[in-house]
Ligand binder design. Structure first.
Ligand code: GDP
Ligand code: GDP
Length: 455
């Protein structure tokens, strides 16, 4: 629930925001001391709005939401990934590989007062091979006199050096314009749904829950790997797999199959990967290890899916390992810990034995259907009229807030706007959500409900 107050109901239409979904990722790469952190601070400090940490990043505060010219993106300072032990060149090469793996755009920062070093050139090689857009930053150009230093960086052969002074702010606006130009087009909402080609599925879960086993099972057993889809990197990132008579696009399977890189810097990297997979997915199948107690990380991944507004299926894997007792405890855990995702279709599977593989597709289809459900306004308002009559909001301070009317502002996920005559308290808002689900289904989808209070 989001809450907004408006002066008059008439003003309201233009206030209905489109949910912009998840933001593209801009990774900042470069040798130590070239000014990466300073630049990141500059980027996020120059707007007044959001500075939000990526959920789950506890060790280093390295990823931030940023906005420039109305476009949202996530800036990642990769400096925090550098292991101290191994050699500098190797470490930076690894950092650059991580960055190109997960970023939509790489900002490569060079200290213009030092010029291009061997290490810089090695990084350029990696960046160039990745095919990802790179914005070259010539930092520490504090005054006009230093601009010739910046120009020398043309020699790196990855395009125009953008002279900036991260410290003083000089040139940073032009730099951000260049970054925005390099960002992928915002995916129009219409690319969701059947019209966007095969429906897009992200297979998510913490390490060792069985993602790659499941992927192999699905791809192998059905003997229907149609094709691999080339991404912007040279590796195929998605796979088309035929299941239940339909072709599905499994997102970022390269990330699942190429797990060794995740071992380093693990948590943070996995979180970003989850984010970027979600950005492209329509439905997330979150795997949990049914034989283990639900972990913090499981819950976090599920919350990320809900926050991203994607539809959700929860697959309890390794069912073959469960005994009676564990089964009993699992049900209680789910009850206690997953109440915010009670609506998600569930499949109890074993990627190892193949148990209930056939239940996955119907669960995914249910979730996608709920996600795309649109309730006609007339039906919706009949529903609210009945609800307000049979279960009015409790009287508070002599007043009784009412839902005046409601409209569904969008789908994928379903978004509702309720116009109310006063503040609806938490318990009542939850009641509304529960009743909406009982009445209209919405299995497998988060609901986005905004309340607009008319005063
Ligand atoms: P990082 O290791 O790449 O994250 O680099 P830092 O952001 O920590 O910066 C390293 C040093 O360079 C710090 O002392 C900064 O104050 C300094 N620095 C960063 N940007 C600039 C700049 O634009 N001009 C000057 N003169 N110094 C800068
Ligand atoms: P990922 O890290 O999520 O990709 O997990 P993997 O697919 O690599 O699986 C981790 C471990 O769990 C491997 O040893 C698998 O053989 C095992 N595993 C995966 N699925 C199952 C299952 O359904 N039952 C059992 N018993 N083991 C499984």
């Amino acid at each position: 629930f989001e809450i907004e107050t408006v002066d008059a109901v008439e003003d309201v239409d233009q206030d209905v925001d489109q949910d912009a979904g998840l933001a593209p990722v801009v990774a900042v790469v470069g040798r130590p001391n070239v000014g990466k952190s300073t630049l990141v601070n500059r980027i996020i400090g120059r707007r007044e709005a959001v500075v939000e940490d990526v959920p789950g990043v506890t060790r280093d505060r390295v990823a931030y939401d940023a906005t420039w010219s109305g476009r949202r993106f996530t800036v990642v300072d990769t400096g925090g990934w550098l292991p101290d032990s191994s050699g500098l060149a190797a470490a930076i090469a690894e950092q650059a590989r991580l960055a190109v793996d997960l970023a939509d755009v790489v900002m490569f920062v060079v200290d213009a007062t030092v010029g291009a070093t061997d290490v810089d050139e090695a990084v350029v090689e990696i960046l160039r091979r990745s095919g990802k857009p790179v914005v070259l930053v010539a930092n520490k150009v504090d005054g006009v006199g230093a601009e010739s230093d910046a120009a020398l960086l043309w020699s790196l052969g990855i395009g125009e050096p953008h002279p900036v002074s991260a410290l003083h702010g000089r040139g940073s606006g032009d730099l951000l314009d260049a970054v925005l130009d390099a960002l992928p087009e915002e995916p129009p909402a219409e690319t969701f749904g059947e019209a966007g080609g095969p429906r897009r599925v992200a297979l998510l879960g913490r390490p060792n829950v069985g993602k790659s086993s499941l992927l192999n099972k699905l791809a192998g057993e059905t003997r229907a790997v149609v094709d691999s889809v080339a991404g912007t990197t040279r590796d195929p990132v998605d796979e088309l797999i035929e299941l239940g008579g339909k072709t599905w696009r499994f997102i970022d399977t390269a990330g699942i199959r190429r797990r060794h890189r995740e071992n380093q810097g693990a948590d943070f990297y996995a979180t970003l990967r989850t984010r970027s997979a979600l950005e492209r997915a329509e439905v997330a199948v979150v795997l949990v290890d049914a034989d283990q107690p639900l972990a913090e990380q499981d819950l976090r991944i599920i919350s990320m899916v809900i926050e991203s507004g994607r539809s959700l299926v929860i697959a309890y894997n390794k069912w073959d390992l469960l005994d009676e007792e564990r089964r009993h405890y699992l049900e209680r855990e789910i009850d206690r810990q997953l109440h915010n995702a009670r609506w998600a279709p569930r499949a109890n599977i074993s990627a190892k034995t193949g148990r209930h593989m056939e239940k996955l597709v119907p669960a995914i289809e249910t979730a996608l259907e709920g996600w795309g459900t649109r309730v006609p306004t007339s039906k919706l308002n009949q529903f609210f009229a009945d609800l307000v009559n049979s279960h009015p909001h409790p009287v508070r301070g002599g007043k009784q807030p009412r839902v005046l009317f409601a409209t569904q502002a969008g789908v994928r996920p379903p978004r509702f706007v309720l116009f109310t005559s006063g503040f609806l308290e938490e318990g009542y808002r939850r009641f509304i959500e529960r009743r909406l689900r009982e009445e209209f289904g919405f299995d497998g989808t988060p609901l986005d409900i905004t309340m607009k209070i008319r005063e």
